[in-house]
Design a protein around this ligand. Structure first.
Ligand code: UDP
Ligand code: MG
Length: 315
């Protein structure tokens, strides 16, 4: 094998994907034929699947020396799987791709051409449609990106996928960000460099079903906000100042009214409402504070991001 060939590692995080893995493998082999002069490494990360995913990977690895796998001791989440993939990847270029073919492998040759010929460090993809997704999920996804855009200085692009091709330098810098609470869509933007965006229409899953419930996505989005902006803390402080101001005006009003008109005992219902309202605001702000504290607490433990149980890569 020629040594001056570029090597592309494709990282494929898999969680309970036994049906999707063979379909994916067939597709990526087709793509590999289009990528002449490139050595491909298919790095499957088994994120603690409970089905036969690992067996599928091992079968492929027996037949095809390009197939590598890293298997976790339990489910650590896609973020951890991507991080593991990045740290085991041997390629000069590294791509991340979902196994369900929602990240069309057919885009890879074009991505490789761009990163090779044009002056980019990363070629990323974004969906311009959300066809086939529950409308409520799309709605909240849009709100989230709108909010992030306003709150955070790091660029987080609407519809951005984790599907991207990166140079070795880009990957090495990503690996230096060893935080426990990972929000890759933000980390990609944070490291900077020059990114070219390719757009494509949403594709529906090839097999199996999505691993993301609405609730999981909501928690993930909070991770994103807490990880990439401290604006909510500032907002809480401003809210405090605002309420002090309102209270001050109200006190002046009541003092003056009492001097002018005396003090008839009234206003209990409104008083209760105000107390409950302010109590709510206080709990809300404490919640925000707690969220940041909790993330800090988790970071200070310095736990590993993933635990590898077995792999066919000698490191
Ligand atoms: N995935 C993973 N660990 C998880 C959840 C998902 O490795 O805990 C993988 C999954 O196998 C797939 C990719 O992440 O290859 C994207 O997941 P999914 O298709 O469920 O997400 P969606 O496309 O619906 O956003
Ligand atoms: Mg998917």
């Amino acid at each position: 094998m020629r040594t001056d060939m570029d090597k592309i590692t494709v990282i494929i995080p898999c969680y309970n994907e036994q049906e999707a893995i063979p379909i994916f493998y067939k597709e990526i082999c087709k793509t590999a034929e289009e990528l002449s002069g490139v050595e491909l490494e298919l790095l499957f990360v088994n994120d603690g699947s409970k089905d036969g995913s690992l067996k599928e990977m091992k079968d492929l690895a027996d037949r095809d020396p390009r197939v590598k796998y890293v298997s976790f001791s339990r489910n650590f989440g896609k973020e951890a799987a991507m991080y593991a993939g990045l740290s085991y990847a041997a390629g000069d270029y590294v791509a991340i791709m979902d196994v369900d073919l929602q990240d069309p492998p057919g885009l890879l040759p074009e991505m490789y051409r761009i990163i090779k010929e044009e002056d980019y460090d990363c070629v990323a993809t974004r969906r311009v449609t959300r066809k086939g997704e529950p409308p409520i999920r799309s709605f909240f996804a849009r709100r989230f990106y709108g909010l992030m855009h306003r709150l955070s200085k790091t660029e987080i692009v609407d519809g951005a996928r984790d599907y991207r091709l990166m140079t070795r330098q880009f990957v090495d810098e990503l690996l230096r960000l060893g935080e426990y609470n990972r929000f890759s869509k933000g980390l990609f933007g944070w490291v900077g460099f020059r990114t070219r965006w390719l757009e494509y229409e949403n594709v529906e899953r090839s097999a199996g079903e999505t691993k993301w419930s609405f609730w999981k996505l909501l928690i993930y989005s909070i991770e994103g906000i807490v990880g990439f902006t401290t604006a909510p803390l500032v907002m809480a402080a401003f809210l405090g100042i605002l309420f002090c101001l309102v209270a001050f005006i109200a006190i002046c009003f009541i003092v003056i009214r009492t001097i002018l008109y005396g003090d008839p005992v009234s206003g209990w219902p409104s008083m209760t409402c105000i107390i409950v309202f302010l109590g709510g605001i206080q709990l809300f702000c404490m919640g925000i504070l707690g969220e940041y504290l909790a993330k800090t607490y988790m970071e200070t433990k310095h736990r590993p991001i993933f635990i590898c149980k077995e792999t066919n890569i000698d490191k």
